[in-house]
Design a protein around this ligand. Structure first.
Ligand code: FMN
Length: 394
């Protein structure tokens, strides 16, 4: 049975969390990988096929023969499939279909995008806790337990502490094994710093009910796991990374690779396992828009074009963007040498300590201001401006 404690994980990401990124993340030390959200109805219509030439298991949508999900044996013991659902029966049917090929099933309860919430899925489930818990209970009883596989879910915070706590208590009573908290409210965007105000009160409630916790929201690399654990004095909590890994999946390693090296790694996996258009999207996320290669990359039309370009990038020791580590978070791109990157990550560790050392219940449990148009009044734990942080905390 999958153990989620103290793990560093690749987040579910539609389009981005496809097999090449999952494989490269695992190569650089990621412990567990999530698939992009797959909607229950779509998964149900898929046909499972063994692909002998690639050694993969493929789920192909019967209507248009498109590849919905591809699993590689290197993912064995580490793969969580994320479902989008608003119906317990459909979730169970979809879960049973894939359960033998994955190590756990996760329910997406955090996506705020229209395509998810208009049909009651994603973040809409946070406002329909009866449906949310019915789906989780059904998945635990009918998919997880009979197959000895864990069920988990990923949520966002609600603006009020008490309503978040009540929801979390209900979710933990469904029998799930892990709860991932994306520390933003549903209307917040990734460009906004996540909010950790509720964590010191929420995490013990979750862990005391026997459920593991993973923290998501602007995590930037493996050092953040150790920093967060020591700052929180909690060696069981794990972290999940999305955008930073989308831009450079070697952030799971203590010494992330330069953009040009990582682009090469991802390209090799793409050529083997992914479509050209899907691959181009993945690689565009790794090439800084200000790199002189970005426009050329956008113009490539085949894997062969792309390969020629990537060889030129590898040989170029001058391009400042490709010869550094790009760390994308909160939709900002920053480039570092390895030394600068380590310094940046160490500063984050200091900030995490300061945040939890200075945490004050009466101040932190106030309603979260989640209006993206207003200056959010909260402690900016993720700013690297230590002095500013100290001023706020004092
Ligand atoms: C391209 C992209 C696709 C995403 N798709 C999903 C998804 O399928 N399921 C989900 O729960 N969250 C999804 N998310 C949200 C991430 O999993 C994560 O919660 C969010 O980006 C915050 O993490 P970060 O600050 O490390 O980026 C997506 C995010 C991005 C950037």
């Amino acid at each position: 049975m999958l153990n989620y404690a103290s793990k560093i994980c690749l987040a579910p990401m539609v389009r981005s969390g496809e097999l090449p990124i999952r494989l490269v993340s695992l190569k650089y030390g990621c412990d567990l990988v999530w698939t992009p959200e797959i909607v229950d109805k779509k998964l149900i219509t898929c046909v499972r096929t063994v692909n002998p030439s690639l050694g993969t298991i493929d789920y192909i949508e019967s209507k248009n023969q498109s590849l919905t999900f591809r699993k590689h044996p290197l993912e064995d013991g580490k793969l969580v499939l994320q479902l989008g659902s608003s119906n317990a029966d459909l979730a169970v049917e979809a879960g049973l279909k894939v359960i033998n090929d994955v190590d756990g099933i996760d329910l997406n309860c955090g996506c705020p995008k229209h395509f998810s919430i208009h049909s009651g899925m994603g973040a809409a489930l946070l406002r329909t806790p009866d449906v949310l818990c019915e789906i989780l209970t059904a998945l635990v009883e009918k998919v997880g337990r009979p197959n000895n596989k864990p069920i988990s879910c990923k949520i966002r915070l609600l603006p009020e502490f008490e309503e978040t706590k009540t929801l979390v208590e209900r979710i933990c009573a469904t029998g799930i094994s892990n709860l991932t908290i994306h520390c933003r409210t549903p209307i917040m965007r990734n460009r906004q710093d996540p909010i950790w105000n509720y964590l010191p009160k929420l995490i013990p409630i979750i862990q005391d009910s026997g459920v593991n916790v993973i923290i998501n929201g602007n995590m930037q690399g493996v050092k953040d796991l150790a920093s967060l654990q020591t700052a929180m004095k909690n060696d069981q909590v794990g972290i999940m990374i999305a955008e930073a890994a989308e831009a450079n999946p070697s952030v799971f390693s203590e010494a992330p690779r330069l953009q040009k090296q990582i682009v090469k790694d991802v390209f090799e996996a793409c050529k083997k396992y992914h479509s050209f258009s899907g691959s181009k999207f993945l690689i565009q996320n790794m090439v800084h828009g200000k790199s002189k290669y970005y426009q050329e990359l956008c113009r490539t039309k085949t894997f062969a074009d792309m390969e020629v370009l990537i060889e030129r990038i590898i040989d170029d020791t001058e391009d400042a963007k490709m010869n550094r580590i790009t760390n994308r978070n909160s939709q900002k791109f920053n480039s570092y040498t390895l030394e600068e990157y380590n310094e940046h990550m160490n500063k984050r560790g200091v900030l995490m300590h300061q945040f939890f050392d200075n945490w004050r219940e009466e101040e932190m449990l106030k309603r979260l201001n989640d209006d993206p148009k207003k200056e959010v009044k909260r402690v900016k734990v993720n700013s690297v401006d230590v002095n500013k942080r100290v001023k706020i905390a004092s």
